[in-house]
Design a protein around this ligand. Structure first.
Ligand SMILES: [Zn+2]
Ligand SMILES: [Zn+2]
Length: 963
């Protein structure tokens, strides 16, 4: 009942425009006043090149100063065709009149005069690599806006008012576009293909953004095509075609070409997952019932049904939930790109309803896909930036557009979908009221775990004085940074040590993107042997949210080949409300140099350590200048021709300057204030991160500075980097480090001293004296310890904290792993039912909802327990759904489709029912192949499921005590 009411309300809100009075708006009057023939001239022919950027270094006059105005900030004024103005130095480029040159049919060379001359293919500055593509930049952004914004404005004005003047103007644009469309070839007509990626293609714009062009064209055509049912003399005069010829031109030369580009996968219209499917469904609906080859039914089937050799971005809709979405609901990319997945899937699910397909009912756990972004939120309004997403501020919600949030709420009204809907602006009063009734009062303040996507938060669940610890340990294939075991802390006024988020630019020819912004050093984690991490997943080993003290542990040894240990644990204590003390322990074994990085959110640092300045250069060395590719000869010299830095795996140390260093010592403290001048950071005055780097063996502490992304307006110009460095001695084998760091948040001091009572490879025990006279004992060990004592205080387990008052009495205590862990083996699984059946009963006192446990390489939380069977909490163990195209009995490997992008390592192969175990499978480096150990036979042409955990895997559940 509730649901029906909602859908009716939402439908009314969505179609409100249809009932509005047909009086013309100011904008509509302007559109109608412009002569019909003008609209044809708005579409430039294929011969005019396109470029989304002018030059990687910025402006010919003021250089990279332009970057502080944001990405794509050149000023375009359509009254001055093909001219660009620099927002920084105000210079206008080019000098020549390109419009006149275009009018001459690109023939009259006498028009190409001045200092900055651009004939469409850019102006060259002497020997400097790359050209400045002024005309192409103007053309790219102007044409894109005309098709994606002006054209829908006309089509919508026609739908709203019924005035054929708008339809005719849209049809003039569509007709001209269709005349040119088969000849648009981004590979031959763009800066990007000529200078950066020679095989890159598209049509008008690049293949990814062309999906937006196709969707806009199809949708606009659907809306204005009915105007051709009447006589249109003015339109015929303007285009020289009768209505039948117009229709044929637009449908055959453009819409069907677009459909063919998508369905043949020729690469000209192909976006991230969902983008081209969305466009194809728009084309299908625009051509509904028109027949032809392919017809609209075939287009729909291309989107939904099994197809051989489909790539991840084109995986059939029925397979995507299993192959491209993690079992915890997160899609396979960074959160910003994932929001695009949600938008596309919501829109597609909506469009597919027209074809009798009810996605939410067919795939009940698709609901989780739309609510997973709730688990990214910390301190109420922040979602830590990750990969190419967000910015240094971290204030974001990644649930998608308002209509996506509405779709999620309408199909799955629950506390998370309601709370996410309430983050949207522009809700109708009834919607807001309905959502508020269901919303989670602690939304954004709860501790959350996405164990497959690979992020976790520990929060104090206090809305007045929120605190959050955040750890990233997973790997996702799309737009990930090399950031395994990156740590962050948040308070109610924002991040204290934020990920930088989206890099300076998304361009492959931008050296800072790969060498710095997505590199390991720019994250709060460890760089081994001055190299970037490999793109491999880590896993979570312990997760225990709760009051007073909370615990987390994760490892990612595969990110550096040859490491036997690369592990981080966090004991997160809140001795008084709103004040955080974190015992952070990073253990590593292998390699020759361990550099543990922390960076702040501000320009300054105070320390009681005596540090000696390095005489110039960068962290890469005194002689290594800023930006020099000192550790990768492929990029060292300036070379001409296309440049792409995506394969750089060096240190990135050449971007850190003002280097100071010295020996770490007991009692060392660093205070790192959050910037008070950066507009993006809203932290109150005096907010800081304070670090107590508990001195270990032969350790150097280094301070330096690096730039935050310059295209993020309002970001601090630079931030402070802290590096704790240990280097193996000559000939030292099996080099190990164990860095213990105590972190606290300001304003207001809390810790007066930190003393290491014990510090070995096995364990660290700290005595932390607080300003109020209390003493906090913290410890962390590689494995559970039997009882031991310091200062008459008893400890046991793998990690723990004891808070002792001035009077010597224990106020609070916490221990993790004091009692022996519960162990069992997986006997059977039901993948679709999301249950595991163990070989023994789970003791009732352990069968607590939300309790964390590991299974083989995977980790889950308990939903419900009955006897030996555990229902997983809001998570599926599935990592793939596919068919074998062929199978080689000798090699025991088969070709599979769709590609298995999330299936890694050892997997369990199941029949499509999700209950019948078939055998043990192993992923191959090529996601299109799978090796199967057992059984004797697999069949081609039928569905199989893959699970990340297997029958026989060990289940481990560790408990904790809080007093
Ligand atoms: Zn300039
Ligand atoms: Zn990052």
């Amino acid at each position: 009942m509730m649901k029906n009411f909602l859908i009716a309300t939402l439908a009314a809100a969505w179609s409100a425009a249809a009932f509005a009075a047909p009086e013309l708006t100011v904008n509509e009057k302007k559109l109608a006043a412009r002569p019909l023939t003008d609209y044809a001239a708005l579409i430039t022919p294929p011969e005019v090149p396109r470029a989304f950027d002018v030059h990687r270094e910025g402006c010919p006059v003021c250089g990279d100063k332009i970057k502080k105005h944001g990405m794509y900030s050149w000023i375009i004024d359509e009254a001055k065709p093909f001219k660009l103005q620099c927002p920084e130095c105000k210079t206008v480029f080019p000098d020549n009149d390109y419009a006149a040159y275009l009018q001459s049919g690109l023939k009259d060379q006498s028009l190409l005069t001045g200092k900055y001359v651009d004939d469409g293919r850019g102006w060259k500055d002497g020997d400097k690599p790359g050209k400045y593509w002024f005309v192409a930049y103007y053309n790219h952004w102007t044409l894109k806006r005309r098709i994606e914004s002006l054209l829908p404005q006309l089509a919508n004005a026609y739908v709203r008012t019924g005035d054929s003047a708008f339809a005719e103007r849209a049809l003039v644009m569509l007709d001209k576009l269709a005349e040119y469309y088969p000849r648009y070839d981004h590979n031959k007509q763009s800066r990007y293909a000529e200078e950066v990626a020679p095989r890159y293609t598209g049509r008008i714009v690049n293949a990814i953004w062309e999906t937006g062009i196709a969707a806009s064209v199809a949708d606009s055509w659907r809306k204005v095509a009915p105007a051709l049912d009447q006589e249109t003399p003015a339109l015929c005069a303007a285009t020289g075609k009768d209505n039948a010829a117009l229709r044929a031109n637009i449908e055959n030369n453009m819409l069907r070409v677009m459909a063919d580009d998508i369905m043949s996968e020729n690469g000209r219209i192909r976006g991230n997952f969902g983008m081209h499917q969305w466009a194809l469904l728009k084309i299908a609906i625009a051509l509904k019932g028109r027949g032809g080859e392919p017809d609209d039914q075939a287009m729909v089937r291309w989107v939904t049904d099994y197809r051989k050799n489909s790539t991840p971005s084109s995986a059939p809709f029925d397979y995507v939930l299993y192959n491209n979405i993690f079992g915890d609901g997160a899609p396979m990319e960074s959160p910003g790109y994932n929001a695009g997945w949600l938008n596309c899937i919501a829109v597609m699910a909506d469009m597919l309803r027209d074809y009798g397909i009810n996605y939410a009912e067919l795939h009940p756990f698709s609901k989780r896909l739309f609510t997973y972004p709730a688990k990214l939120v910390v301190c109420g309004v922040y979602s830590p930036s990750s990969g190419d997403s967000g910015n240094i501020r971290g204030r974001a919600s990644y649930g998608g557009s308002i209509n996506t949030l509405r779709y999620s709420f309408a199909t799955n009204p629950c506390p998370e979908s309601s709370s996410l809907l309430l983050t949207a602006r522009g809700l109708a009063a009834e919607e807001r009221e309905a959502a508020e009734k269901l919303a989670d009062p602690l939304f954004g303040y709860r501790s959350n775990l996405l164990s497959a996507y690979g992020v976790a938060s520990l929060q104090n669940e206090n809305q007045e004085k929120p605190l959050a610890y955040w750890l990233s340990f997973g790997f996702y294939p799309g737009h990930k940074h090399f950031d395994a075991l990156h740590l962050e802390l948040f308070t109610g006024t924002g991040p204290l040590m934020p990920d930088f988020g989206y890099p300076d630019s998304a361009s492959g020819d931008d050296p800072t993107r790969f060498a710095f912004y997505s590199n390991t050093l720019v994250h709060n984690t460890m760089v081994v042997d001055a190299k970037a991490q490999d793109a491999r997943a880590g896993r979570i080993l312990a997760y225990d949210p709760g009051n007073f003290a909370q615990y987390i542990r994760a490892e990612a040894p595969d990110v550096y080949p040859g490491m036997t240990k690369y592990e981080r644990s966090g004991l997160v204590v809140e001795p008084t409300p709103g004040k955080l003390i974190v015992l952070d322990v990073f253990r590593a074994a292998g390699g020759k140099q361990h550099d543990l990085f922390f960076h702040s959110a501000g320009e300054t640092v105070e320390t009681n350590l005596e540090l000696k300045p390095q005489s110039g250069g960068t962290l890469a060395g005194e002689k290594v200048e800023v930006g020099a590719f000192y550790d990768d000869p492929r990029y060292a010299g300036e070379t001409k021709g296309p440049r792409n830095f995506s394969r750089y795996r060096g240190s990135g140390y050449q971007y850190l300057t003002n280097v100071r260093s010295g020996a770490n010592r007991p009692g060392a403290v660093l205070t790192l204030p959050v910037s008070e001048t950066a507009k993006l950071l809203e932290s109150g005055k005096g907010t800081y991160l304070r670090m107590h780097p508990v001195a270990g063996d032969a350790e150097t502490l280094i301070l330096s500075e690096g730039p935050s992304p310059r295209t993020q307006r309002g970001a601090p110009g630079k931030v402070v980097f802290v590096t704790r460095r240990r280097v193996a001695g000559e000939g030292e084998e099996n080099f190990k480090s164990s860095f213990a760091t105590v972190l606290e948040n300001g304003p207001g001091t809390l810790i007066s001293s930190v003393e290491a009572l014990k510090q070995t490879e096995e364990s660290v025990v700290l005595k932390i004296k607080l300003d109020n006279g209390d003493t906090l004992y913290c410890f962390d060990a590689v494995a559970p310890q039997s009882e031991f004592k310091f200062d008459e205080v008893a400890f046991a387990g793998q990690s723990g904290a004891v808070l002792v008052g001035k009077d010597g009495k224990e106020k609070s205590s916490y221990s993790y792993g004091e009692k022996p862990a519960f162990k069992a083996k997986v006997a059977a699984m039901d993948l679709k039912g999301e249950t595991l059946t163990l070989d023994s009963d789970i003791p009732a006192e352990l069968a607590v909802k939300g309790a964390f446990f590991t299974v083989g390489q995977a980790a889950y939380r308990i939903g419900e327990v009955s006897g030996k069977t555990v229902k997983l909490l809001d998570q599926s163990p599935v990592r793939g759904l596919f068919r074998f195209e062929s199978f080689d009995e000798q090699q025991r490997t088969g070709e599979v489709s769709p590609q298995l992008v999330l299936a890694r390592g050892k997997l369990a192969l199941y029949e499509a029912d999700g209950k019948t175990w078939v055998g043990e499978a192993h992923s191959q480096s090529n996601a299109g192949r799978l090796r199967v150990e057992l059984p004797a036979k697999v069949e081609t042409g039928k569905d199989y499921l893959l699970s990340e955990c297997s029958p026989g895997d060990e289940v481990t559940l560790v408990t904790s005590q809080r007093k």
